[in-house]
Design a protein around this ligand. Structure first.
Ligand code: SAH
Length: 470
């Protein structure tokens, strides 16, 4: 059977700006054909089982010619594949989406178009520039200054200078000076406020605000970048929320197991950080014999992973949640309690006020609880006997880590995995959940360590922010 092509706009870079339909299409795909403007964070959302074809090697490294891309899409669909063509921003706004559909339409291949958030609007938004504002202008014009191979762009500067609305130029970053000079030569005031936004919506976004004449003098800018020209650029002085984020410009490493990286990474990213994912541990689920639950009164869970592993164990033992129907349940914290509900649809009977295992033990003792079985990691608990449902394996990291501002650790095992791979950590700052994690970090040579006030990811993020404020 013939496949289908879905043309998906990936947005400008921030994975939060990908549409739900775009994500769904990526997850249903057999193959994703992507180019250079699609951010690494978006590419990470493609399931591992999906084949990837990169048609946009770095410029200079000969990107695949357009005709050949069109051909790849056609051949893949004819071979019966569900093809996603992933493009930066919106596929139809200077994205050659139209060109890519021509051959498919002629060949009778089914296709769908999923619009994306264009960089022309998103980069200004992330720089606090409303592209229109009733007090400043009555329109916005999006112009490309990209030319065909080897040709200079033919822009009618006289008309552009007269339009009066905000101008947004999409172009190679080397064209900025020429565009600014062209507009001034055509009569636009040299004082007109303008802005360049490089790497828009990405952690390394950089905004430069200046008069048009300053840009005409030249400057070094990295691609991708847009040039915005018009009075609304002035509003960025008050509205640039993105530059003001507490972790803007910081590189923060997260070291949890790959399956748990998502939430912490997203939280740090919302604070402006560039997040480097270094999974230092992996969880292996264990399949011990189920105990006789009638011997116990309480089950104590000390991590969401423990809950998930226990749910799997019940399932693989051919049992279900009724096996523990007569027991009372304790959870070390809110996330563990939430996981009890998500995985097993049961509620925790007890959660201590402070989310740590000492408080859990003290709280249960205060309730007069006895016959308590801890359900958790093989390494056990200092307070209770343990049903081991998972084991943590330390992974060695071979990725190039570069310069980091801070590393987040949620357990001692991640510290060991990281320190073993990284070598000298004395210059790095560490943010830790739990005193034992921090102790391990100190043992491994970290000098600058912050401990989260609570054993929650929110609290860990606060610790990172405080640590990097100095
Ligand atoms: N279809 C895309 C644009 C493709 S043309 C869209 O809708 O965004 C390529 C140009 O888009 C680049 O040269 C640059 O000017 C702009 N661009 C794309 N992504 C960008 C980003 N994250 N930040 C700033 N400019 C970007």
């Amino acid at each position: 059977m013939m496949g289908k092509v879905t043309l998906v706009g990936a947005g400008p870079g921030d994975p939060g700006l990908l549409t739900l339909r775009g994500l769904e299409a990526m997850r249903e795909a057999d193959v994703v054909v992507f180019d250079r403007l699609v951010s690494g964070e978006i590419l990470q959302l493609i399931p591992n089982s999906v084949r990837r074809v990169n048609v946009g090697k770095e410029s200079g490294n000969h990107p695949v010619p357009q005709g050949e891309i069109n051909r790849i899409l056609l051949d893949e669909a004819l071979a019966g594949n569900n093809v996603v063509r992933l493009k930066g921003g919106d596929p139809f706004l200077f994205g050659r989406g139209g060109e890519e559909l021509e051959l498919l339409a002629r060949s009778g291949v089914a296709f769908e178009v999923v619009p994306g958030i264009t960089s022309a609007l998103a980069a200004p938004a992330y720089a606090g520039i409303p592209v229109t504002h009733r007090d400043y202008c009555n329109g916005v014009h999006v112009v490309t200054a990209h030319a065909g191979e080897g040709k200079a762009p033919q822009l009618d500067f006289a008309t552009l200078a007269r339009l009066g609305g905000t101008l947004v130029f999409l172009m190679g970053s080397t064209a900025i000076a020429r565009l600014a000079a062209g507009l001034i030569d055509a009569g636009m005031s040299a004082e007109t406020p303008a802005a360049v936004v490089e790497h828009g919506t990405r952690p390394n976004q950089r905004k430069t605000l200046a008069a048009l004449s300053d840009f005409a003098k030249g400057g070094t800018f990295e691609s991708p970048a847009i040039l915005v020209v018009g009075a609304v650029c002035e509003l960025s002085r008050d509205f640039d929320w993105f530059s003001a984020l507490p972790l803007k410009g910081r590189r923060v490493a997260v070291t949890r197991s790959a399956e748990l990286l998502g939430r912490l990474s997203a939280m740090l990213r919302r604070l402006g950080a560039e997040v480097v994912a270094i999974p230092c541990i992996e969880t292996e689920y264990l399949t011990p014999e189920l105990p006789d639950f009638a011997e116990y009164e309480w089950l104590a869970f000390t991590s969401p992973t423990g809950v998930r592993a226990f749910a799997k164990l019940l399932e693989s033992s051919g049992r279900d949640v009724r096996a523990i129907a007569a027991l009372r349940l304790a959870a070390v914290g809110a996330a563990t309690a939430r996981e009890l509900y998500d995985s097993l649809r049961v509620r925790a009977d007890y959660v201590p006020e402070r989310f740590n295992s000492d408080s859990l033990a003290d709280g249960l003792a205060a309730l007069g609880a006895s016959r308590i079985l801890h359900v958790g990691a093989e390494s056990g608990s200092p307070h209770f006997s343990t049903l081991p449902v998972y084991r943590t394996i330390t992974l060695s990291v071979d990725a190039e880590l570069g310069t980091l501002d801070c590393v987040c650790f949620t357990g001692a095992s991640t510290v060991r995995g990281f320190a073993d791979s990284y070598g000298d950590v004395t210059t790095l700052r560490a943010a830790c959940i739990g005193a034992s994690t921090a102790a391990e970090a100190e043992l491994r040579g970290f000098r600058n360590i912050a401990i989260a006030a609570d054993a929650t990811l929110e609290s860990l993020c606060d610790a990172v922010t405080t640590l990097l404020k100095e």
